[in-house]
Design a protein around this ligand. Structure first.
Ligand code: UDP
Ligand code: MG
Length: 320
């Protein structure tokens, strides 16, 4: 029988934090849920994290561990964890105790009210640099403007998902994974719960600027066509202006005004340049569609069905 709650924790060089997280999770969940387990996913750590996870697992039956073959990155690590977590609800949280285990009872109670996704919203953040706070706030607001999916702002990957949401999420096999967007894309009933994000328990961030930029670019390119369409808009604007300029200079010259021939040539060049940009944008539209097909996302997800026959006869392709 599956447990009521599974907690998935990606771990990369977190030997100081894992035992403390284990202790605080036990304290926070005992008596709150019927049963729970914790799936630690060791993402190719180079310190003693994996040995510590194995020790915990040999002591506590509710501790499980996965170790992937190398460092695949945070997003892949918890994807592996989600594939192996069988709770009726699953929480994803960081190992470094920036996501407080004490929030889990509240996430669970919203889930029991009937929500499928309960995401934790960072009301305040401790121990982050001004640079990270600013770039992250700016990024979420930009992303919100340029995507059609309603991705909540100031939300990381700390969230609870119902079994239904987890199964739906597992049907998204795309490689560039921007989980906070993918979960928003799922739909179902979602709700945010505010919390204060703590400082790291120990060690240093494993998200240097390079990885943050990669994640940001995954977020934008998997959920927005706007960068592909940019060329078209710039091209249209340039062509429009150049066309007006061309007409104006020809008219002025025909009327005997002093319009030099190079001005006409310049306007003609700008017109050509603009048209080329439009053509590039047009290619972008097709590339965008290829991208969509390549993601192989499910076409739709069902929230509920009624009167479709016995549950074991439901067509697997449409039921989650
Ligand atoms: N992490 C991981 N693989 C990586 C980088 C990070 O599994 O390649 C884990 C890390 O152990 C932590 C979580 O992902 O549990 C978030 O990473 P971190 O705390 O370094 O990021 P930050 O909170 O600074 O954004
Ligand atoms: Mg952290």
């Amino acid at each position: 029988m599956s447990v009521e709650l599974s907690v998935v924790v990606p771990v990369y060089n977190e030997q100081e934090s894992v035992p403390e997280l284990h202790r605080r999770l036990t304290a926070a969940l005992t008596g709150v849920v019927r049963s729970f387990d914790v799936v630690f996913v060791d993402d190719g750590s180079r310190d003693r994290s994996w040995e510590i996870i194995r020790e915990l697992a040999s002591r506590d039956a509710w501790v499980k561990g996965l170790s992937v073959s190398r460092n695949f990155g945070h997003q892949m690590a918890f994807t592996a964890g989600l594939d192996h977590a069988d709770g009726e609800a699953v929480v994803i949280m960081d190992a470094d105790l920036q996501d407080p285990p004490e929030l889990l009872p509240e996430l669970v109670s919203r889930w029991r009210e009937g929500y499928d996704v309960v995401y934790a919203v960072r009301a305040r953040r401790h121990g982050e640099t001004a640079f990270k706070l600013f770039t992250s706030a700016a990024f979420y607001r930009l992303l919100r403007r340029i995507t059609s999916v309603d991705i909540p702002v100031d939300t990381g990957d700390f969230r609870l998902m119902s079994r239904k949401a987890v199964e739906a999420f597992r049907r998204m096999p795309e490689r560039h994974r921007f989980t906070r967007g993918m979960v928003a894309w799922l739909g179902f009933r979602q709700v945010g719960v505010p919390y204060v994000r703590a400082a790291r328990h120990a060690g240093e961030t494993n998200y240097p600027l390079r990885k943050m930029l990669r994640l940001a670019s995954d977020g934008i390119t998997s959920f927005s066509y706007i960068p592909l369409q940019l060329a078209s808009w710039v091209g249209l604007a340039v062509s429009g202006l150049a066309f007006l300029g061309l007409v104006a200079s020809v008219v002025v010259r025909l009327c005997g005004g002093g319009m030099p021939a190079w001005a006409i040539a310049a306007a003609a060049l700008a017109l050509l340049g603009g048209m080329q940009l439009v053509a590039v944008g047009l290619l972008g539209e097709y590339v965008g569609r290829v991208l969509d097909e390549a993601k192989r996302r499910p076409l739709y997800l069902l929230r509920e069905t009624v009167g479709l026959g016995r549950s074991d006869e439901r067509p697997p392709a449409v039921t989650v």
